[in-house]
Design a protein around this ligand. Structure first.
Ligand code: P6P
Length: 342
């Protein structure tokens, strides 16, 4: 990896904002608050096996999924880190059915944040990489008033920033404000995120595909034919594609961002609208991958152009290297795709 200048995350964000005279520095401040939350979550994730925070809380979340203690810990850390800085007017989390209001004794800001506090948490006990995903908008309701559901339900094209933190062999904070994608690795020695991946660009072509092939029998014909093509592919690469699926979207998308690849969670007969959430998984990842030169579609439409209908709505997603997304889009159009109905 090329030697990077000693560039910390706060300094990088501030330098990015200097390019925009109208910037108030507020985006820098709120991204730094998210980084602080990420450091706290990283500490707990890295010792989860030691502390009694493994296993289930016995509760289930708004989607009927068993909640692991670390999910709730990450959810609470994100709220505590972000609800008092005066930057946000409203928040939304995968772990909370409704929007999360800013306590009345705190100032109300002009930004909106939606987040998945700990995606891939079913992997926690197996020490597999997991992650936090966030998406940031400007409010559309009147300044100074409590934020609304409408503030949260904006199309992904309106995002002003998005990012994820992947808790793996190291903790990496990746973000974009639409002008480039930047990765920072946490140096635990002194608790700073240092620039380690400057201006990430995803390869236009790739040899990696990521999806749960155990769902093969539920797939539509377009996807079945596409995956068969990848397995038979013997073109200039001289070999088929490689299958890599971690079962943790943040980890799979991060690897594909760096190595090239396509991540797929399709609509299928069992999940007619897919599994991944539009507002705090698909939209932020789409913003990041497109800013890195890739594509993100739901099958027949750009993910970020979908008009949201509800906070936790699911959409199919095909995201990654441009050539691979173009190819799967052709197969879905030609051979059928269950989500073409919507
Ligand atoms: P499956 C984790 O639960 C998640 O939301 C993504 O992070 C991951 O890619 C996917 O679901 C895994 O789902 O059905 O393949 O186990």
């Amino acid at each position: 990896m090329p030697k990077q200048r000693f560039m910390t995350l706060p300094r990088h964000i501030l330098e990015g904002e200097k390019k925009h005279p109208e910037a108030t520095g507020e985006l820098s401040a709120l991204l730094s608050q998210i980084a602080l939350a990420a450091k706290t979550i990283s500490l707990e994730v890295n010792k989860a096996g030691l502390a009694d925070i493994l296993g289930f809380t016995g509760e289930t979340n708004t989607h009927g999924e068993q909640v692991k203690k670390l999910d709730m810990f990450a959810h609470e850390i994100m709220i505590r880190a972000l609800d008092h800085g005066g930057h946000f007017c409203v928040m939304a989390s995968e772990e909370e059915e409704d929007i999360i209001h800013i306590p009345s004794h705190h100032d109300i800001g002009k930004y909106v944040i939606l987040f998945d506090p700990l995606d891939g948490s079913s992997n926690i006990d197996a020490n597999v990489s997991i992650g936090t995903i966030f998406s940031i908008y400007k409010r559309i309701s009147p300044e100074g008033t409590p934020g609304t559901l409408e503030d949260c339900l904006q199309p992904g094209t309106e995002q002003v920033a998005a990012g994820y933190i992947v808790y793996g062999s190291s903790t990496i904070f990746v973000y974009t404000t639409g002008e480039g994608v930047y990765g920072f690795t946490l140096d635990p020695a002194f608790g700073e995120f240092l620039l380690s991946h400057d201006d990430i660009k995803i390869s236009k072509t790739c040899s990696i595909y990521s999806l749960n092939e155990g769902n093969y029998k539920y797939w539509n014909n377009g996807l079945k034919k596409y995956i068969k093509y990848l397995q038979d592919a013997d073109d200039q690469r001289g070999k088929p594609y490689t299958a890599r699926y971690i079962g943790s979207m943040v980890a799979d998308v991060h690897r594909n961002l760096l190595y090239g690849g396509i991540y797929i969670y399709p609509a299928d007969k069992r999940s007619p609208t897919g599994k991944l959430r539009l507002m705090y998984e698909c939209n932020p990842m789409a913003f990041i991958v497109e800013a890195a030169g890739g594509r993100a579609i739901c099958g027949h439409r750009r993910i970020m152009e979908i008009e949201p209908e509800s906070l936790h709505q699911r959409v199919p997603i095909y995201i990654g290297s441009e050539e691979a997304v173009n190819e799967v889009e052709k197969y879905l159009k030609e051979y059928g795709d269950v989500d073409l109905t919507n």
